[in-house]
Design a protein around this ligand. Sequence first.
Ligand SMILES: C[S@@+](CC[C@H](N)C(=O)[O-])C[C@H]1O[C@@H](n2cnc3c(N)ncnc32)[C@H](O)[C@@H]1O
Length: 504
Amino acid sequence: MLDEREEYAIGRVFTPVEWAMWLIDRFKVYEAWRCGARVFDPTCGRGAFFTALMMIARKRNERAGDEDLGRLTGIEINPGDRLEFLHSFKLNFGIDFPEDNFVTGNFLDYRGERKFDIAIGNPPWANFTDLPEDFREKSKRHYIKYGLVVNRKDVLLGGSRTDISSLIIQKCMINHVGPQGCGYFYVPLSLFFNGNANRNFRPRAGQNSVFAVDEIIDFKGAAVFNGVSTRYGAVALRSGKQQPQFVPLLKPSGNRSIYCRVSVDGDAWSMSRNTDGESAKAQVRVRSSQKPRQGMNTGGLNKAFILERVTDTTDNLLEKEIFINGFGEEVEISTNYVFPLMGSHLFGGQPAKRRRYILCLHHREGQALDEQRIHELYGVRDYLENHRAEMEGRKGVLMRARMSKGRYWSLIGVGPYSFTRYKVAWESLGRRTFKAVVLEGCWQGNQAMHAYIPSESRDDAERICEELNRNVPAFLKSFGMEGTCNWAQPGRIKSMLVQKHQSA
Ligand SMILES: C[S@@+](CC[C@H](N)C(=O)[O-])C[C@H]1O[C@@H](n2cnc3c(N)ncnc32)[C@H](O)[C@@H]1O
């Protein structure tokens, strides 16, 4: 099962041995192992968890022999790790780790039929879109096979924030852990508390899924993995058990903190002080066309599409203006398709030195302008020609589809909703508080940093804004994801909206 490729850099953050020991102690894995349990690490890196088991044996003055080691198995995609592990294991413990039990290869292709009693480890954490391209291609069919996305299109588009750790755990629990077996993993907590991407991974309350979650330990504030900003924790899973509606959410000290309320339909789990508390979910009424949206997306080329105004004398743009782009170039262009960009000053923060705008060469219905219209715009044709190579080089399935008619100036996230008279907007990324405001005119959000609900009437916008500000803060707090990139993303807010029938 060796992969043709030599090295892959997928989630290479190794668990410090003391924290591998902590997880083993916390769930009594050592005792189970010594009593005959078979232990499996599907993505074992340099074998931190096997080393930790041996360290615990040494600490307790107990001797683990060949028979015990024969019940340990690990898989790792990078061949170098195996040699390093086997060598250091022998050096540290004076005994050989059984070579056949440390397999080099892609776990997703692993067909071993032996069932284990306990799976343990720290699977790689990475969004599908951030995986190496060839690995991503090979993984697609596994996301479908293990039920994490419904079809290939979902993997490419909506499901692209699905985390690879969910796939590793799902396959591990389905194929390699026996009935009544357990899984103990370090995981990003987004698997449970974030919007849609990982919804098919989450077990549903009252149902028998692949596994049930017994408890989650939230490492908020603890430094297990240095330099990792993702919110993470440890999770205890059990196969063959119905998922209870409430799961204890503990601190690493073991103190009970609160509970997770498990959803019945795969929606993100929320937090609850007790096991009978009402969910913080209230409702905000909108029309069907008023979906929450992210800001416009330049496909990674903000430097060309986001512009700063050089002379800032009036609020309104003149017919043509001089801007500075992210490459530091000055350019004078028509302002017909230049729109003000939201910034923190609109939400109570400090204003930036210069006002920022986005060049969005799209019609108000959403489609990109054609060549002829571009020619009519002062300075725009030349500006695009100067940056043609960078623009055409943008990657991503959606981006490439948008540019397919030669309109290489296209952006993503543009539609009639981008140009409604009002927007109820908020900062959606990395914040700890929530504040929506009503903006008039064609303010545009900056990708995932801002989100908004479009509206054509001020009264409607103000009502939505008031309802959001009244209900959303408690709702968001119930997920405990303050400061993360998923704080108030459209998908999360969408689950609070109910469609009303009268027109706004
Ligand atoms: C977060 S590290 C943890 C390693 C080890 N379990 C530990 O805790 O120190 C994840 C490991 O998974 C490996 N990996 C990633 N994808 C894999 C795959 N498909 N099959 C096997 N190993 C994989 C990475 O190379 C990396 O060593």
